[in-house]
Design a protein around this ligand. Sequence first.
Ligand code: PEP
Length: 253
Amino acid sequence: MSRRPIIAGNWKLNKTHSEARQFLLKLRNGIAGIDNPPEVLICPPSVVLETAVDATREGGIAIGAQNVYWESAGAFTGEISTEMLESLGVSHVLIGHSERRALFGESDEDVNRKLLKVLSGTLTPVVCVGEVLAEREAGKTEHVVVEQVKNALLGVAHEHARRIVLAYEPVWAIGTGLSATPDQANTVHGLIRRSVGAIFGDAVADELRVLYGGSVNPDNTAGLMAESDVDGVLVGGASLDAGAFAGIIRAAV
Ligand code: PEP
């Protein structure tokens, strides 16, 4: 099964309106002419989404949000709905990033609610899972990741399962400069694929794209992407520099 890779950047709390515009123009030039390009996705802060959608109208770069709420409207100060994102032309959304889980108390149940809401609309969800260092050292990686995947997918209809993208982001590798090895990543990606297959069947599992995230840079991308179950990367720090991110995209193809 050949799955089109996704190279995604998560800007977190970085870049103003004009910085975003400059970055996207530079990235567009930096990746022009690549044969068989992967899907390229940038997830800027929510206040920059409109600028980012506008700067990428010519195509080739999709824009995603970093978070979303599970209600459509109402007294939920500070939250953003799927309908608002869709109306801006945003196509993707991250759900359950480890920083949302650790810093903002997002639970597996919250992740599941968000996923179900996103799947009721048109956005493509990128659901993030991953173990912390203590869990890896205690030999619990498999259990933690499978539980996160299963809990996220509770109640997802079979016909919606194909739209889901999963991202394996070991928390100990995020922002530390210490990436998982290609073999470590591939082992967990295979496990994620089998877990999804156990719920939705082999056809969905074969099509599922599982991204790796955690200290990805232009030098370690090719090794990760060479693995059979690594279908792309989700990049934090190195996605802030258009040259470095273009280097990752080039290394991935
Ligand atoms: C991330 O936050 O999703 C991430 C992978 O960050 P970094 O690439 O900086 O490790």
